[in-house]
Ligand binder design. Structure first.
Ligand code: ATP
Length: 249
């Protein structure tokens, strides 16, 4: 088997008639963290949504472990192929308890299996575990993000797609979330992440792919990129530009 879990081959996808991914091709290694970089609107989140079956693939193929999964529904991708998606922002049922949010996360597993697996998930997040009967909305931002990741882990995914996990979190909490992602990858989970907090994210990533206008313009090892004096420019866009792109907050 190839050491690549995810493969996009000339993928065309977008919203309505407007194509965002323009013949995008890339491969992401199994059991590694691959970071998607690029300027706003480059199509990073669209890659995750397309891979998770939320957007139609208009042309090209997507493969998981060599198997063609193009056109599969999000439910099949989750249940049969083991792909889990943690979207940007807050995605919990705030009025429900931590435990109930986990139960709902395991809805495709059945209640018995879900309840058997919840302790194994909570064991990774001691702070969340302590508050298992609190309303999810009462957790801190970081604890909520941990709960979202925990909910995805209930399914023991082969692939974890995670979009901007650091948004709204303090640096210490971000470090915890990143550490967890690193542990998951070391245990064999393939992680594909979009993250604006580029330098910190590169430190725990294996590879980075830069997109511009829905095309791959660069793929490098994270170490190499961290030491690249052009890193800011790559992150902001203009990987091929002669002059550095304008600075952005
Ligand atoms: N639901 C939608 N309907 C129509 N257009 C959309 C939708 N979601 C995103 N887009 C457009 O698709 C393009 C790519 O968006 P995407 O969110 O993939 O970019 P991104 O690289 O993740 O950017 P950012 O760093 O700003 O999150 C943008 O021009 C955006 O306006």
């Amino acid at each position: 088997m190839s050491d690549h879990a995810i493969e996009f081959e000339n993928v065309l996808a977008g919203y309505g008639d407007f194509m965002i991914l323009n013949n995008l091709s890339f491969k992401a290694k199994r059991g590694a963290i691959t970071l998607l970089l690029g300027p706003n609107g480059a199509g990073k989140s669209t890659v995750l949504k397309t891979l998770f079956g939320l957007l139609k693939v208009r042309a090209g193929r997507i493969r998981l472990d060599g198997q063609d999964i193009t056109g599969s529904s999000a439910k099949d991708l989750l249940v049969q192929h083991g792909i889990a998606f943690v979207p940007q922002g807050r995605n919990l049922f705030g009025q429900l308890s931590v435990y109930e949010n986990l139960e709902l996360g395991g809805i495709t597993l059945g209640m018995k299996t879900t309840r058997e697996r919840i302790p194994e998930v909570l064991a990774r997040f001691p702070r969340v575990k302590e508050r298992m009967h609190s309303q999810a909305a009462a957790l801190s931002g970081g604890e909520q993000k941990q709960l979202e990741v925990g909910r995805a882990l209930l399914l023991r995914p082969k692939v974890l797609l995670i979009d901007e996990p650091s948004i709204g979190l303090s640096p210490l909490v971000v470090a915890d979330v990143f550490k967890l992602l690193r542990q998951l990858a070391d245990q064999g989970t393939t992680v594909l992440m979009v993250e604006q907090n580029v330098k910190s994210a590169l430190k725990i990533s294996d590879e980075a792919i830069a997109l511009e206008s829905g095309r791959r313009v660069l793929q490098k090892s994270a170490d190499e990129l961290l030491n690249d004096p052009n890193i800011e420019r790559l992150f902001l866009g203009g990987a091929h530009a002669a002059a550095p792109a304008a600075a952005k907050a």
